[in-house]
Design a protein around this ligand. Structure first.
Ligand code: 0O2
Length: 250
C-alpha cells in the first residue's frame, strides 16, 4: 500500500473514531440528562412553573406600556407578544455547549433563556422606546443587553436581546427569575422566522447552503433599509412622537 493511501486510511479511521466517540458521548449525555430530569421531576416542574410566572409578569409589563402609549399617542408600539419556555432539546444542547453541571441551581444560574418573551414592534424606534421604559422600572434588573440591530449577526439576524431579572411573588417568598426578552420589528421577525425554517432544513448541500446564506444576509439588509424608510415616513407624519433617536444603523 502506498504511503499516501495509508495516510488517507489512517485519517479516515481517526475521523470515524472521533465521530463514534461523539455519538457515544451524546448518547451518554442524553441518558444522563433524562435520568436527571426523572430524578428531579418535581423540583424541575416547579422551576418551570416559576418561569411561566415570570413570563406572565414580563408580558404584563409590556401590555401596560402598550396601553399607556396608546392613550398618549393613539397608537400601539407593540404588534404582538410571543412567549415560550425553552424546549428540552434546546435546553440540553445549551447545557452541553456551555458545559453546565446537571444541577437545577447551575442550570438556572447559567442558562438565561429558559423563559423567553418576544416583542414584535411596529417601528425600530419603538424597540428602543420600550427598552428605555423598561430600564427605568425599579423592580427589574437588566443584566445583559445584546444589540444585534446596531451589530447584526453574520447571518444578518437583527433584534435587541435583553436578559432581565424580574421578581415573582409566591405564597411565602419572592423569587427573582431570569427572562430573555427579544425585541424586533415586524420586518425583522418576518426575516428571522423564514431564515429559521430554512436553516433547520438539514439536507441542503454545503455549497448551496453557503450561497443561500449570502442571499439571506442580503435579504436582511434589504429588510433593514425598509424598516428605516418606514421609520422616516412615520417621523414625517408624526414628528411629535419622534423623541427616541434610532442608533446610527446605516
Ligand atoms: P431557542 O430555544 O430555540 O429559542 P447565550 O444565551 O448568551 O449563551 P446565544 O444562545 O447564542 O448565547 O444567545 P443569542 O445569540 O443572544 O440568542 C440566541 C437566540 O436568538 C436564538 O435562540 C434565536 O431565537 C435567536 N437567533 C440568534 N441568531 C439567530 C439567527 O441567525 N437566525 C435566527 N432566525 N434566530 C437567531 P435559540 O438558541 O435558537 O434557542
Amino acid at each position: 500500500m502506498s504511503d499516501t493511501l495509508k495516510f488517507r486510511r489512517d485519517e479516515d479511521n481517526s475521523m470515524i473514531d472521533s465521530r463514534r466517540d461523539d455519538i457515544v458521548l451524546k448518547t451518554l449525555m442524553n441518558d444522563k440528562f433524562m435520568e436527571f430530569i426523572e430524578e428531579q421531576r418535581e423540583p424541575y416542574q416547579e422551576l418551570l412553573a416559576y418561569y411561566r410566572c415570570a413570563i406572565m409578569e414580563m408580558e404584563t409589563k409590556f401590555r401596560v406600556l402598550n396601553e399607556q402609549f396608546s392613550l398618549q399617542y393613539d397608537r400601539n408600539p407593540i404588534e404582538s407578544i410571543k412567549s415560550r419556555i425553552k424546549s428540552m432539546d434546546s435546553l440540553l444542547k445549551k447545557i452541553k455547549v456551555k458545559n453546565v453541571n446537571l444541577t437545577l441551581q447551575d442550570i438556572e444560574n447559567q442558562i438565561t433563556d429558559i423563559a423567553g418573551v418576544r416583542v414584535v414592534c411596529s417601528f425600530p424606534e419603538d424597540i428602543y422606546l420600550l427598552y428605555d421604559c423598561l430600564a427605568k422600572q425599579d423592580d427589574i434588573k437588566i443584566l445583559e443587553v445584546k444589540d444585534y440591530i446596531k451589530n447584526p449577526k453574520p447571518s444578518g439576524y437583527r433584534s435587541l436581546h435583553l436578559i432581565v431579572e424580574i421578581p415573582i411573588f409566591l405564597r411565602n417568598e419572592k423569587r427573582n427569575m431570569k427572562v430573555e426578552v427579544q425585541l424586533r420589528t415586524i420586518a425583522m421577525d418576518f426575516w428571522a422566522s423564514l431564515e429559521h425554517k430554512l436553516r433547520y432544513k438539514k439536507d441542503i448541500p454545503e455549497d448551496i447552503l453557503r450561497g443561500l446564506s449570502k442571499e439571506l444576509s442580503e435579504c436582511a439588509e434589504t429588510i433593514a433599509r425598509l424598516d428605516y424608510k418606514m421609520q422616516m415616513i412615520r417621523n414625517e407624519l408624526s414628528p411629535e412622537e419622534h423623541i427616541w433617536k434610532l442608533p446610527t444603523l446605516y
